[in-house]
Design a protein around this ligand. Structure first.
Ligand SMILES: Nc1ncnc2c1ncn2[C@@H]1O[C@H](COP(=O)(O)OP(=O)(O)O)[C@@H](O)[C@H]1O
Ligand SMILES: [Mg+2]
Length: 366
């Protein structure tokens, strides 16, 4: 599966673009603020029916315009798939696949698997635990619709349970029986989600460490560990144990909504001891491990978006990443850079199958 062509209309600073792609490597070259990331984001949008950056679509419409439109044609087993997104200010957006509109956008997720490596991934390391859960959820949902549904249900029940705890506090009463009805559902979905998250981390840990060691030249050891109260206790018992506390604080203190990932360099948190280059290496290795996992789970080589991936890395590490991603185990790649030399070097490795685009002021030229 690969993206054959893309058409963009008034998406962020891209007024209009019609682009034909290579099935292997596509490079966007241009100065800061030119629109390179915006192009990658439009490709991301076609896979996920939303922007990697702005959950609010109003911000994605080009300033002063009324709407944006994106179209992608995918080559898939000798057939063409057309995906179209249209959004008008103050209206509900439309997503169509082969001219048929989706009722639920979640049905689209996973059909065109994609992995984005972005400078903003650092939020995984420096941000709160919600960022790391978002990462886990995003990856697993891409190939497991059961997971996505369980997650939506868990969050709904959690919200209802929290509302109930607040209501009890307001009305100065406490009804354990009603609460335990929610607990049963939380356990059902929570245990399922826990199992999937645990399975995912276990499945990628080795590949992740291998990628990290390869890129870094094998000197540093990285740790990735799934942390959850469910790992060594039962959710139903814990919910019961924490009832008094939940009643007091008026929300649910225990569950998979508190899960986290431990990200270490050796014995210390990446956040505290990692240099910029090490942090970047950690994130690139993690995303490439995600790629491997998605590829195995879906049977499709995901599209790989590498946004400014070489920034802050020394030449050795850049060289290693180039060697990795130009290997046949990766499929179609889109990368951005401000530096022509990097790209020329990469292109030499790949041989003939590549396109280089120049991006200037929201315009894309081959
Ligand atoms: N909705 C929008 N309308 C017009 N311009 C936008 C919109 N959103 C972002 N931009 C502009 O896009 C530019 C950033 O583009 P970006 O793709 O991040 O650049 P880069 O080439 O450095 O990756 C900024 O100048 C920003 O103001
Ligand atoms: Mg950019």
């Amino acid at each position: 599966m690969y993206l054959q062509s893309l058409s963009v209309l008034d998406y962020k600073n891209i007024e209009s673009a019609e682009i034909e792609f290579s099935s292997k490597l596509n490079c966007f070259l241009g100065d800061n603020g030119a629109g390179k990331t915006n192009i990658l984001d439009s490709i991301y949008y076609l896979s996920f029916t939303k922007s990697f950056f702005n959950a609010v679509d109003t911000l994605n419409v080009r300033y002063g315009c009324e709407m944006f439109g994106l179209k992608g044609t995918y080559h898939n087993n000798n057939e063409s798939d057309h995906v179209a997104v249209g959004y008008k200010l103050n209206q509900k957006k439309q997503v169509k696949r082969n001219k048929k509109a989706y009722k639920r956008f979640s049905d689209h997720i996973g059909l065109y698997p994609l992995v984005m490596v972005s400078p903003s991934d650092t939020s995984l390391i420096i941000g709160g635990s919600d960022e790391r859960r978002k990462f886990l959820d995003g990856v697993i949902s891409q190939f497991d619709t059961g997971y996505l549904n369980a997650l939506l249900r868990y969050n709904r029940v959690l919200q209802q349970r929290n509302n109930l705890l607040k209501k009890f506090a307001d009305e100065n009463r406490f009804d354990e029986d009603t609460l335990s009805i929610y607990d049963v559902q939380l356990c059902e979905y929570g245990n399922f989600i826990h199992k999937k998250r645990k399975g995912f981390v276990e499945a990628i840990i080795e590949v992740f460490q291998e990628f990290y060691q390869y890129i870094s030249g094998g000197q540093e050891k990285v740790v990735l560990e799934y942390q959850s109260t469910l790992s060594d206790s039962n959710l139903d018992e814990e919910l019961e144990k924490n009832r008094k506390k939940d009643r007091l604080i008026q929300h649910t203190s225990i569950g998979i909504h508190r899960d986290d990932l431990l990200l270490n360099l050796g014995d210390y948190p990446m956040k505290k001891v990692g240099s910029q280059g090490q942090t970047k290496t950690y994130l690139v290795a993690l995303k490439l491990a995600q790629f491997e996992y998605l590829k195995n789970a879906s049977g499709i080589k995901p599209i790989l978006l590498l946004d400014d991936v070489f920034d802050k890395l020394d030449t050795n590490r850049v060289e290693k990443i180039v060697q990795l991603v130009t290997d046949d185990k990766f499929g179609q790649i889109f990368m951005t850079d401000t530096n022509r030399e990097h790209l020329e070097h990469i292109v030499e490795k790949v041989g003939s199958d590549y396109h280089i685009f120049r991006v200037e002021n929201g315009e894309v030229k081959k």
